[in-house]
Ligand binder design. Structure first.
Ligand SMILES: [Zn+2]
Length: 222
């Protein structure tokens, strides 16, 4: 009886459809979300010499999930995505056999402080936090700092324009990472933001093993 009462109290509305659920999203929406998960062989790809690990394809319910998280103030979706990303990451054979030896510092791609204040949170930091809870990696959420406000990439068509827009956008913090860095972000589209982050870290002699994201746009087909 008590258990039953507790379970009623611990139900929340699903972040997508408002059905009551004990998780961030209900089982129905969870299944819909899973249909966008990349197959094991497609999760890890090289894009312009950068190792990109993605949980899913930036489309349908996953695209909607990310928009809801960012623009409808639902950071709990970030927890869920970080969790899924962490599980998928550990599901790699190479990681399974080397897990104990693998020392990684996770750094989320930062937002400019003004933007973070408007939104109330940095979605990449939330994803990174639950990713680290699953993988056991150490989190350095202040590893990179955004020092310049940039234009929305969406408005910039050419690669040159996008690269120029990101130049000097980041600096590293005084707290240097102890281990090689894995960057974490919500979406990987053109890679320009990530490329600039990698450049700044490498300039400071910090090794970057790649980036892990919740969703990747169709860069392979371009
Ligand atoms: Zn639902």
């Amino acid at each position: 009886m008590l258990k039953h009462l507790l379970s009623v109290f611990l139900e929340y509305p699903c972040a997508f459809c408002q059905r009551s659920t004990s998780d961030a999203i209900c089982e129905y929406c969870s299944q819909k979300l899973s249909s966008h998960q990349l197959s094991k062989s497609d999760r890890f790809k090289l894009h312009q010499d950068l190792a990109v690990f993605a949980w899913g394809k930036y489309d349908g319910q996953l695209k909607r999930a990310i928009a809801l998280m960012k623009y409808n103030n639902k950071p709990e979706i970030g927890d869920l995505l970080g969790n899924l990303l962490g599980q998928a990451w550990l599901d790699r054979d190479l990681i399974k056999s080397n897990r104990a030896k693998l020392k990684v510092t996770v750094i989320p791609i930062p937002l400019h402080s003004k933007k973070q204040k408007e939104r109330g949170f940095n979605q990449a930091a939330i994803i990174a936090k639950s990713f680290c809870q699953v993988t056991g990696y150490s989190l350095n959420s202040q590893g990179l700092i955004r020092i310049r406000k940039t234009k929305t990439m969406f408005d910039l068509r050419s690669v040159a324009e996008r690269e120029k827009n990101m130049q000097g956008a980041f600096r590293i913090s005084d707290k240097l990472p102890q281990h090689p860095v894995l960057l974490v972000d919500d979406i990987y589209t053109t890679g320009t933001t990530i490329k600039e982050s990698v450049r700044v870290l490498q300039e400071n002699k910090i090794k970057v093993i790649g980036v892990a994201v919740a969703a990747k746009a169709g860069i392979d087909s371009r």
